[in-house]
Structures are given as C-alpha cells and as structure tokens.
Design a protein around this ligand. Structure first.
Ligand code: URA
Ligand code: SF4
Length: 215
C-alpha cells in the first residue's frame, strides 16, 4: 500500500537523493509521495532542459498535456513561452524549465470529463519545494525567471505580488544563496487575458529585462 504523510508533514524531503545530479533527481522524483498530488496525476513532471543553463524558468505546475507527456511546458503555455523568449532574445534551447509543483492538480467534471487546472495549495508548494531547491543547487543559474504568482510565492515567500514585482531585476536570498530574479506573468494567464496582445507584450518586455541581465 502506498501511504502519504499526514497533512502537516507533507514534504518531498525524504525522496530527494543527496547525490547523482539531475538524472538521479529526475528518477527519484518519479517515485515521490511527498504530498497527495501524485495520486490523481499521471506522472511526475520534472524540470528539463540545459543542465548548464544560465537561466532557469520556474512555472506553477504541469498542465494537462505536460501531465500526459511527462515534460514541462510542452502544451499551449509552453509554445507561447518559447515564442516570447525568442522574441526577447533568449534562446529557449539554452534554458532549464521547471515548475514549483511537479504533479498536475486538477478537478474533473462535466460529461466530457475535461481535467481543469486547480491551483496548488501553499502546503503542496512547500512540500514540493525540496525538488526545486535541489534543481537550483545543481543548475546554479545566473538568473531565475519566475513565471507568475505561484512560483513567486514558492521562491520569494507568501508576500510576493507579481503585479508589483514583475519586470525588474531583484536580488533575493533563496535557499541560502543570493539569487538574481526577474518575475513576470505566467504564460497561461496571457492565454486567458481579455487583451491577449497587451498581456503578451508585457511578458516579452519583462523577458527583455531578463535578457539584459544575462548580458
Ligand atoms: N504551466 C506551467 O506552469 N507549467 C507547465 O509546465 C505548463 C503549464
Ligand atoms: Fe512529491 Fe511534489 Fe508530487 Fe507532491 S507534487 S508528490 S511533493 S513531486
């Protein structure tokens, strides 16, 4: 029987290997039972990309397509993100992309039983944090791009507000390391925006701040 820790003890910590690099992390994360989200999701969606990347992009959690394919940002939000990155002057191939939470959280209702994204709780974000911390420690990026409020809260604390902190180069202490951070909108929120073009321009403009910080 697979057991999950009691609610106040949700954490990925015991599943995180202390050696073996990203490949070992990815393999171990596939077996994570640190919180209940693994139960309904298809699989763990670990970070992927260039292990030597200068920039790491952190989203919220995998979406429906990512859950099925096992790779982050391969659905509509990922395509929009790649386009915006390229337009801002950052080669998507030279980034490492990951999420604050590694399992897809959703509700399912209606006749077609479409899976609707549900925001992860603070407890689930905290539980999953050790994976992100381990990725940061191995990739050692020069810059972290925070995509949206969930990633911001996971990395910078619950007082983070994307509307106030986006588009400027921040210096923050994260897991005991001084990190350079640029926050922006989540690409999914661009897809949902009433004025999609304006939201997209805002995303590109924030990513240009990130591109300049890498020069
Ligand atoms: N949204 C995210 O935050 N991450 C993904 O991987 C896909 C969509
Ligand atoms: Fe583990 Fe994170 Fe998945 Fe929860 S969401 S089971 S902590 S990998």
């Amino acid at each position: 029987m697979v057991t999950t820790a009691p609610e106040d003890a949700y954490t990925a910590e015991p599943f995180v290997p202390s050696r073996g690099g990203l490949a070992a992390l990815r393999k171990a994360a596939a077996e994570c039972r640190g919180c209940p989200l693994h139960r309904e999701a298809t699989q763990t969606v670990f970070g992927s990309g260039d292990a030597g990347a200068r920039v790491i992009l952190v989203g919220e959690q995998p979406g429906d397509q990512e859950d099925q394919k096992g790779e982050p940002f391969v659905g509509p939000a990922g395509r929009l993100l790649d386009r915006a990155l390229a337009e801002a002057g950052i080669d998507p191939e030279q980034t490492y992309v990951t999420n604050a939470v590694k399992h897809f959280k959703f509700t399912q209702s209606g006749p077609g039983k479409r899976r609707i994204h549900k925001a992860p709780s603070l407890r689930e974000m905290t539980a999953c944090g050790p994976w992100l911390a381990a990725e940061l420690a191995l990739v050692e990026p020069e810059l972290i791009v925070v995509l949206g409020a969930t990633a911001g809260k996971a990395l910078l604390g619950s007082s983070f507000r994307v509307t106030q902190q986006r588009g400027t180069l921040l210096e923050e202490e994260i897991h005991g390391r001084k990190e350079r951070v640029v926050a922006t909108l989540h690409p999914s929120s661009v897809l949902r925006a009433d004025d999609r073009e304006a939201a997209y321009r805002g995303l590109v403009s924030d990513l240009k701040v990130a591109a300049r910080a890498l020069h």
